[in-house]
Design a protein around this ligand. Structure first.
Ligand code: SF4
Length: 282
């Protein structure tokens, strides 16, 4: 990752904290940790080559306005919107795929059901812990993911890691991550409906194996698939709790979109707090 890219991540996180302050908050809602603990978690979630700069920026963002110890989530939970349920609950669980996780993964790694198999370098099946209580569902692999076989790497992925760290989640043991599509669309174009129809059964089966307590769908393709609300704008789907076969589901913007449009970071942050209020209650 280039210095410019790492700087972009740091700037976005610092901006996120400043936005909280601009919204009138005098607390940063990072549970009961001290500022040093928060900074330690965040700095360890990025590669060592960029950790120093990230920590310096975060120190700067936090130093003037955050009381120590950083206080709890009560204020944000007071602001949490009333939970509503809508949507069809998503598509039915596929029956034609294996009932064994490793076998499912093997089938996906060898899949050629759609034309995306021809241009891929690797099938990108998942990352994170199968025992996680939170599942993050994205759209499709990009160039970095195609090269590494791991979802959400690169700048957007590291930004996602930082944001998840603020609610105490990490890929090592508390988040499972997968995409709607397992192979990269050429030129990072949008998935087409045929590809989603062919590939999404893998994802639905993964959800069934992991059995998360909550799902965070990032981006419109995963949001529409899991809510069953086709054609509804993401802006109208976010900010409330849906259900996917009984599992609480929060939808929000894709981290890559946040890097392109900073105005959405505030909305993402609110959705993350809504998600956390569900997980905390659970
Ligand atoms: S995108 Fe999905 S359905 Fe298409 S080849 Fe890859 S794994 Fe198979």
């Amino acid at each position: 990752m280039s210095g410019d890219e790492s700087g972009a991540i740091s700037d976005e996180v610092a901006r996120l904290f400043r936005q909280r302050m601009e919204m009138g908050g005098d607390e940063v809602f990072l549970d009961r940790m001290t500022r040093e603990e928060v900074l330690s978690i965040l700095s360890h979630s990025v590669r060592s080559s960029v950790a120093g700069r990230n920590q310096a920026v975060l120190e700067s963002a936090l130093s003037d306005n955050v009381s120590e110890p950083v206080k709890g989530v009560a204020a944000m939970q007071r602001a949490t919107r009333e939970i509503s349920e809508q949507g069809s609950g998503g598509p039915p669980l596929p029956v034609e795929l294996p009932d064994d996780y490793e076998r499912l993964r093997e089938v996906a790694l060898g899949c050629s059901k759609c034309p995306l198999s021809e241009g891929r370098t690797q099938v990108v099946f998942s990352d994170g812990s199968r025992t996680a209580d939170l599942m993050v569902v994205g759209e499709a692999p990009g160039a970095n993911e195609d090269a590494t076989g791991v979802p959400f790497v690169g700048v957007a992925g590291q930004f996602l890691d930082l944001l998840l760290a603020t609610i105490g989640r990490n890929r090592k043991d508390s988040v499972y991550i997968a995409n709607v599509l397992k192979c990269r669309p050429p030129g990072n174009r949008d998935p087409d409906p045929g590809e989603i129809a062919e590939c999404s059964p893998f994802l639905l089966k993964q959800i069934d194996f992991v059995k998360p307590s909550a799902i965070l769908a990032v981006g419109s393709f995963s949001a529409r698939l899991l809510t069953g609300l086709e054609g509804v704008a993401l802006g109208k789907l976010r900010g409330q709790v849906h259900k996917y076969h009984g599992v609480p589901l929060v939808v929000t913007y894709h981290p890559a979109a946040l890097l392109r449009n900073r105005r959405w970071i505030r909305s993402f942050w609110e959705d993350l707090q809504l998600l956390r209020s569900i997980i905390d209650v659970d």
